[in-house]
Design a protein around this ligand. Structure first.
Ligand code: NAP
Length: 247
């Protein structure tokens, strides 16, 4: 028995990193998975790998800043698999700049992808989740969404995701739609490649009580819990997966 048997999931930013780990894990737990990203070649490889190993997945091109592409991705889930139970708003980009170094164009780009992209995903998913009688939305924020950081636009965008999550939980709980945020610390993916050069790695290991840098799978396992019915009484909550950094 898989922990997501009978479920249909849509994951944004699913071509690599945490999104790809979630797509593989969800499929191995019995979910049918639609993964969307702007990296088509990488996304099709993840799709093929899942389908060749006994899972069921479809890749769609999904730029999360486009309302039309969100509608098309949700339709793909419903047309292919009949419904949508789980949405993981995972796509995101990092900008490590302070207030004065951040241009208006850079600010807008980060908010467009990290904040508006999540809002559009939630908005597109709610009507079909309502039809299915409920659902689980998992929004990937960051520990940078819980406290200030030197990455101004990034922290601001991830803070918005935290309260968008709680607002969604409050508004749609009565319809059986849950919404939770996940706050990863330092995870080894392409996003953190520069941060985790040799001195950077030592710095972050020193700041992390568990003295480890997490893998994408460490986050995917937390997302799996929130996506599954095991968390049926959990909504509006913040799951911090950071090795103790914020502790
Ligand atoms: P990643 O490996 O860079 O994966 C992010 C994926 O999202 C990439 O495939 C990326 O494509 C894609 N993407 C970017 N813009 C998009 C758009 N407009 N529409 C659709 N997809 C888009 O990074 P990750 O570490 O897995 O990050 C996943 C999530 O975790 C992000 O929301 C990130 O902010 C959050 N997070 C990461 C860490 C960490 O330490 N890695 C910590 C806290 C939170 P491109 O490569 O072309 O940009």
């Amino acid at each position: 028995m898989g922990r997501l048997d009978g479920k249909v999931a849509l994951i944004s930013g699913g071509s690599k990193g945490q999104g790809a780990a979630e797509a593989r894990l969800f499929a191995s737990e019995g979910a049918k998975v639609v993964l969307g990203d702007i990296l088509d070649d990488e996304g099709k490889k993840v799709e093929a790998e899942i389908n060749e190993t006994g899972g069921d997945a479809r890749y769609v091109h999904l730029d999360v800043t486009s309302e039309e592409q969100w509608d098309a991705a949700v339709s793909e889930a419903v047309d292919s698999y009949g419904k949508l139970d789980i949405l993981v708003n995972n796509a995101g980009v990092l900008l490590r700049k302070g207030v004065e170094e951040t241009s208006v164009e850079e600010w807008d780009r980060i908010q467009d992808i990290n904040s508006k992209g999540v809002f559009l995903g939630v908005k597109a998913a709610i009507p079909v989740m309502r039809e299915a009688g409920g659902g689980s939305i998992v929004n990937i924020s960051s520990i940078a969404g819980l406290k200030g950081s030197t990455s101004t636009a990034y922290s601001s965008s991830k803070g918005l995701v935290r309260l968008l999550t709680k607002s969604t939980a409050v508004q749609y709980g009565p319809e059986g739609i849950r919404c939770n945020s996940v706050h990863p610390g330092i995870i080894e993916t392409d996003m953190t490649e520069e941060m985790l050069d040799a001195p950077g790695r030592e710095h972050w290991l020193g700041r992390t009580p568990l003295r480890m840098i997490a893998t994408a799978q460490d986050v995917a396992l937390g997302v799996l819990y929130l996506a599954s019915d095991e968390s049926r009484y959990v909504t509006g909550s913040e799951l911090v997966i950071d090795g103790g950094i914020t502790a």
